[in-house]
Design a protein around this ligand. Structure first.
Ligand code: PLP
Ligand code: ZN
Length: 376
């Protein structure tokens, strides 16, 4: 049975509910009892739906629903970096329908809302998560309310508007915007399609990692030893945790790979906590950064992210804006045009290589999360 379970007190809620938090205040996780699915052997379905046997809405009864909401998400290329970096692979999710990996999670949330007969959904985000959800909501025939900070990026707002979403500009910080969204959701009985609070999102992002394993096997190369992952709200990092945790639970993987989590130096509450061995994000004063997509001063799942990173044998690094911009220019000079935020990952790789030359021997995967035209 698929269900929502409180991360703190284990109280269970049905998937069809509009709860986005436990009555104890805890955040909800998703649980299911799927039989083992080997990502290398899984094959029935297109894009990320080849893993349908271990995905929500993957059953035969939902095939028509999925076909009506899917935009062809998943199945993105794994590119060898080539040149001087023969062990480096780039997983290019900027090829996704709305040009970022957020489509993997957004499709799950739109499917949930449609299946559970909600007509209106809401999200708070100024970035790629809102672009993705607005597109999938439009595809599914749902009205999408997007709560944004008054300072959101123009290119992303244009994309959100183009899909017909209703924009609600809220003054204040990200937490104020989230609070406004939650209040409206509760008052109007909308579906809260938050990429942060709604745990179905991570069922989508886990497919990112299963695809990488399948692609490596297809090419006859060993799976990656290191994943460099950007972290703001942790939607990709928690997807990694889901992906590898399930494989370990099924006996298909021995241990977690090494994960390097990346934050922008100007906004690094998780890095600050990590360095001190703290279990919750530290209170910081966020400064401006070109990596706006990972600039989250108070990530609601911060405690969960830090715990997952510890369990995954992880580490954290921060990168400066000038290194991010240089990394972006370098990728573009090699034909790869990503948004500024997404270049933080490559900047982190180069930084690690500079201080640990032996790192060049590791098989590393670097995510290319969002397309270059997304940056203003
Ligand atoms: C969402 C996103 C990330 C990761 O951010 P999280 O808040 O940790 O999910 C990184 N890069 C880009 C381009 C993104 O859109
Ligand atoms: Zn609880």
């Amino acid at each position: 049975m698929e269900r929502l379970v409180c991360h703190d007190c284990q109280k269970e809620y049905p998937l069809a509910s509009s709860h986005f938090r436990c009555t104890c205040g805890g955040l909800l996780d998703f649980q299911a009892d799927w039989p083992p699915v080997d990502p290398i052997a899984a094959g029935d379905g297109e894009g990320l739906w080849r893993f349908r046997a271990a995905l929500p809405f993957g059953g035969a009864e939902d095939r028509a629903l999925v076909a009506s909401v899917s935009l062809g998400e998943g199945g993105t290329p794994l590119l060898p970096a080539g040149g001087a970096e023969p062990q480096l692979w780039l997983k290019a999710d900027y090829y996704m329908p709305t040009l970022s990996f957020k489509d993997r999670g957004a499709v799950m949330l739109a499917l949930a809302a449609k299946k559970f007969a909600f007509r209106e959904i809401a999200i708070d985000s100024s970035g790629n998560a809102a672009c993705a959800l607005a597109a999938y909501a439009a595809r599914a025939g749902l009205t999408c309310h997007v709560f944004v900070p008054a300072s959101a990026s123009a290119a992303k707002l244009r994309q959100i508007r183009a899909h017909g979403a209703v924009l609600h500009a809220i003054s204040g910080n990200r937490s104020d915007v989230a609070a406004a969204a939650m209040a409206a959701v509760t008052e109007n009985n909308w579906y809260y399609a938050s990429h942060v609070y709604n745990p179905l999102f991570y069922q989508g992002t886990k497919t990112y990692f299963w695809e990488i394993l399948a692609q490596c096997a297809q090419r006859g190369v060993q799976p990656p030893q290191v994943y460099i992952l950007p972290v703001g709200n942790g939607t990709l990092l928690l997807g990694a945790y889901q992906a590898f945790h399930e494989l370990i639970h099924w006996g298909l993987l021995e241990r977690f790979p090494h994960v390097v989590a990346v934050q922008a130096a100007a906004c690094a509450p998780l890095y600050a906590a990590w360095r001190q061995g703290a279990s919750v994000p530290l209170q910081i004063t966020a400064e401006e950064t070109v990596a706006e997509g990972i600039a989250i001063a108070a990530p609601p799942r911060g405690r969960q992210i830090l715990a997952a990173l510890r369990e995954m044998n992880g580490e954290m690094v921060v990168v400066e804006d000038d290194a991010i911009l240089a990394a972006r220019a370098d990728l573009a000079a090699h034909g790869i045009y990503v948004e500024k935020t997404s270049a933080a990952n490559y900047a982190a790789y180069r930084q690690l290589l500079a201080c640990r030359p032996e790192f060049a021997k590791s098989r590393v995967v670097l995510p290319l999360c969002g397309a270059g035209i997304k940056s203003d």
